[in-house]
Design a protein around this ligand. Structure first.
Ligand code: G3I
Length: 487
């Protein structure tokens, strides 16, 4: 066993808490008292919540030199982001000379652990190589440099990346555009241009705009919101908003869920992409408990919005976090401490995702009537069964549209390896997400993506597409899932 398992917080933990003055002492005692038991991982639990991912930013050196780090990265997370290895200065430190090995290695790790990869990041003002930052390039030159970068990087990893952070941190705190080299050279149009180019190069990837301090409704998130509306109006292929979420203990914005919802209502996916919650050091029991409550609040805000498709934490353990190097006197922002002990925040996330933290707790409500094992299942397992499909036109700009489809499992058995079929006349699908889309005339088929093949009873999955079209298009009249007609 490589991951240190604390005794989870529960009745016993509360009484121990009275006796222990430091988090370290508590960690040691929980670890010693921990019974070995089978349990769900964070990634399993997230998947059970509508097929969401729970991810982490990981980095090359510990992944290759620290087996504890590697084991946790592999087992607890279903999505990974390169913390630095896919940034421009890492990939192309000298013009035209590329270093792929570390970025490739993380892609290989993800593939061997059945993890999706968030590509971070194509166009950013920071961590640019000096040849680019100090090159004094004209707008025309910058456009060609950007195109070449997207073609080279997104082209190399086409098929390996679930979602790209196409543009990162484009805004100032007041909601105006950051005066980056891209903005200076190309104006605000650099953003639309980057998305169009990324879509051209990797048409199946989801394309995100990503930023920090946009968790609540504020000037910066309002600026982003206005931009996204404008991009959608222009038909720019943007599919998601990444809310980084570098937070401070006790300061989770009260409008977090509402803010996620307003972007989701535009027909976009939302992901929490870089979650960490820092504190003034030293860490104390009460700060760690507050941090646990804060992590729980963030996960709950995401779970409350069906299009919030996952949460990624920005690192695995406190020891390697970027926080102490950037914020003097602050630290301890992650789910594991420097010895890979699970912190109270880990258990809070686990519980928020539906995990049962006390192994002695009964798994179900004891007042529930027992199920009769001789009862026949209400629908055949794995064959579709009762389903409900909701179809919405998110945006229609005349010669094109964006649609959203929610498939809900209304039965009592999982729907495995689902295939959705429907007829939609007069459209040509140019991009579909959360499934493998194909089209033959007006017949549209969507197969479950490999990373989310099952819809559990009571759960749903959301798909979306962008299509070109001529004139008005009637909504499909019938949907089937694994051959069964849905209501
Ligand atoms: O690799 C060099 C090393 O050779 C040198 O000895 C050392 C000296 O300082 O620096 C090392 O590079 C550091 C690099 O991380 C790799 O560890 C850089 O100085 C350091 O600035 C860099 O920091 C990264 C930061 O982005 C840069 O902006 C952090 O690790 C990384 O966590 C952080 O991630 C960003 C996201 O990409 C975007 N959102 C905010 C987030 C946190 O800042």
């Amino acid at each position: 066993m490589t991951e240190v398992r604390h005794r989870p917080p529960g009745r016993a933990r509360r009484s121990l808490g009275l006796l222990l003055s430091s988090a370290l002492a508590a960690a040691t005692l929980w670890a010693t008292a921990s019974p070995a038991h089978a349990e769900d991982t964070l990634r399993d639990l997230a998947a059970q919540n509508g097929g969401r991912h729970f991810g982490a930013a990981i980095t090359y050196n510990p992944l290759n030199n620290d087996s504890q780090y590697r084991d946790i990265a592999a087992t607890q997370f279903s999505a990974v982001t390169h913390e630095n290895e896919m940034k421009w200065e890492s990939l192309e430190p000298q013009r035209g000379q590329y270093n792929w090995s570390q970025a490739d290695s993380i892609i290989d790790f993800a593939k061997s652990n059945n993890q999706i990869v968030r590509g971070h990041t194509l166009v950013w003002h920071s961590q640019l190589p000096s040849w680019l930052n100090n090159g004094g390039f004209s707008g025309t030159q910058l456009r060609s440099i950007m195109d070449n970068h997207i073609e080279t990087v997104a082209g190399r990893y086409r098929g390996d990346i679930y979602a790209w952070d196409v543009v990162n941190e484009a805004f100032n705190e007041d909601g105006s555009f950051r005066n980056s080299i891209w903005y200076q050279g190309m104006g605000v149009d650099y953003i639309a241009h980057a998305f169009r180019k990324a879509h051209e190069v990797d048409p199946n990837a989801k394309l995100y705009i990503n930023d920090y301090n946009i968790e609540g409704i504020n000037s910066k998130s309002n600026g982003l919101y206005d931009l996204v509306v404008d991009l959608l109006d222009q038909g720019v292929p943007i599919h998601g908003v990444g809310i980084q979420s570098h937070l401070i203990v006790g300061q989770v914005p009260s409008t977090f869920q509402q803010n996620i919802q307003r972007f989701a209502d535009l027909g976009l996916d939302v992901a929490i992409t870089e979650l960490d919650i820092r504190m003034q050091m030293p860490a104390t029991d009460s700060k760690l408990q507050q941090q646990a409550n804060d992590y729980r609040a963030v996960v709950n805000a995401c779970l409350a919005v069906s299009r919030c498709i996952g949460v990624t934490v920005w690192g695995i353990d406190d020891e390697r976090s970027w926080v102490p190097y950037t914020f003097d006197g602050e630290g301890a922002p992650l789910l594991y401490d420097g010895q890979y002990n699970r912190k109270p925040a880990w258990y809070a996330v686990y519980e928020a995702l539906g995990g049962t933290t006390d192994p002695t707790d009964p798994p179900t409500d004891p007042t529930d009537p027992p199920t009769d094992p001789t009862d026949p299942p209400t629908d055949p397992p794995g064959n579709g069964g009762p389903c409900d499909v909701d179809y919405t036109v998110v945006n229609d700009w005349g010669n094109g549209m964006q649609g959203s489809i929610t498939i809900s499992n209304t039965g009592s058995s999982p729907i495995n390896d689902w295939t959705l079929r429907f007829t939609l006349s007069g459209v040509t699908i140019s991009n579909g997400w959360n499934g493998d889309w194909s089209q033959s005339g007006s017949q549209i088929t969507v197969n479950a993506p490999s990373w989310n093949p099952t819809i559990q009873p009571g759960q749903s999955t959301q798909l979306g597409f962008v299509a070109s079209k001529s004139g008005s298009t009637a909504a499909p009249t019938q949907f089937t899932v694994n051959g069964a007609t849905c209501s």
